[in-house]
Write a protein that binds this ligand. Structure first.
Ligand code: UDP
Length: 325
């Protein structure tokens, strides 16, 4: 089979860089577009990076024409819910306008397929778990809304321009490459697992955001998915689109939830040390439990998690954190 030419936006970021690595392993010809505002040059293999913004429609069009791009995997975007509640304009500009520029460039360069990084935040506070793709779309923050707006645009680009898309609605991406080469490094870090690991490494306690939720131990439950299982979902989605599959949306989670305290216990087991933590109050906007219904992804794309046991996730995150402390 001929090499497929794939453009990855945001490929210098956390999930993007793991996906680029997997694409290369599978023999794809990959180019990365990243403005390096949140991503890191060191996450991208030499020679693949175009350090530019997706907002540069003309340059992007020219690039895709030159590279004869067949499909796009679109990660570029801001991801912090809290920040989006303070600076919504940045989220709509970067995530929505940026995506629109990319879609316009794809249209001009005649690129017909895109895998898009969406989020479980499109469901807001769901009425039940596990969350199915058919649940109401009702985001409760500008971050989630920005992803809904792009999903909506993608629907219209399909109807009008026959551009097919898969929207992957991520649950809690976590873990890192087993060899420790790639991992989670957000600045500032807001995610639970790296913050717990930092607490172990520095001795400064992490705060647990509330223990009065209606869950068995009172702390919030989330569906933690290993970033490599998440990357695999992108490859499957890409293959599906390249084989002529119709536009669709999928949850990407394991279908199993873990509480904050369970994550802390898993870290204690892996690190062989107590986690210093303090019990705090609830963080605004946190639903008690978010767990994916993942049957659709499994049935339609043949996806299966391989590394998403909590202990494996924590082990890989710990290996990366220790290496980079
Ligand atoms: N959390 C916490 N302390 C922290 C950060 C997160 O207790 O310092 C909790 C948070 O309330 C949520 C879970 O950990 O229930 C996962 O949060 P994270 O920010 O990693 O991901 P989110 O679920 O918001 O996408």
């Amino acid at each position: 089979m001929a090499t497929r030419r794939i453009l990855v936006t945001g490929g210098a970021g956390y999930i993007g860089s793991h996906t680029v690595r997997l694409l290369l392993e599978r023999g794809y010809d990959v180019a990365v577009v990243d403005n390096l505002s949140r991503g890191y040059r060191h996450n991208v293999p030499a020679g693949l990076l175009y350090a530019m913004d997706v907002a540069d429609t003309g340059v992007l069009t020219e690039l895709m024409r030159q590279l004869q791009t067949e499909a796009v995997v679109h990660f570029a975007g801001f991801i912090a819910v809290g920040e989006s509640m303070v600076e919504p304009a940045r989220y709509f500009t970067n995530n929505v306008s940026g995506s629109l520029s990319l879609l316009a460039a794809m249209q001009d360069a005649d690129v017909k397929h895109i895998v898009f990084s969406s989020t479980a935040a499109v469901y807001g506070n769901p009425h039940a778990v596990p969350i199915l793709e058919t649940f109401p779309i009702q985001p409760v923050n500008p971050y989630g809304e920005s992803k809904v707006m792009v999903e909506t645009m993608l629907g219209w680009f399909d109807r009008i321009h026959h551009l097919t898309s898969v929207c992957l609605r991520y649950f809690n991406a976590s873990g890192g490459a087993p060899d420790g080469a790639l991992g989670e490094e957000h600045a500032p870090e807001t995610h639970l697992i790296p913050l717990i690991l930092r607490a172990v490494l520095t001795g400064k306690p992490v705060t647990v955001f509330g223990d009065d939720y209606a869950t068995p131990d009172g702390t919030c439950i989330r569906d933690y998915i290993h970033v490599e299982d998440l990357a695999e979902a992108h490859i499957l989605a890409l293959e599906y689109l390249l084989a002529g599959g119709a536009s669709d949306q999928f949850n990407v989670g394991t279908g199993f939830g873990h509480s904050v305290m369970e994550v802390i216990r898993a870290v204690e087991e892996v690190a062989g040390q107590k986690v210093p933590y303090t019990m705090g109050t609830r963080r605004a906007g946190d639903p008690a439990s978010l767990v994916a219904g993942s049957d659709k992804l499994r049935a339609k794309l043949g996806w299966q998690p391989r590394s998403s046991e909590l202990k494996t996730i924590v082990q890989h995150a710990w290996d990366f954190a220790r290496k980079h402390a």
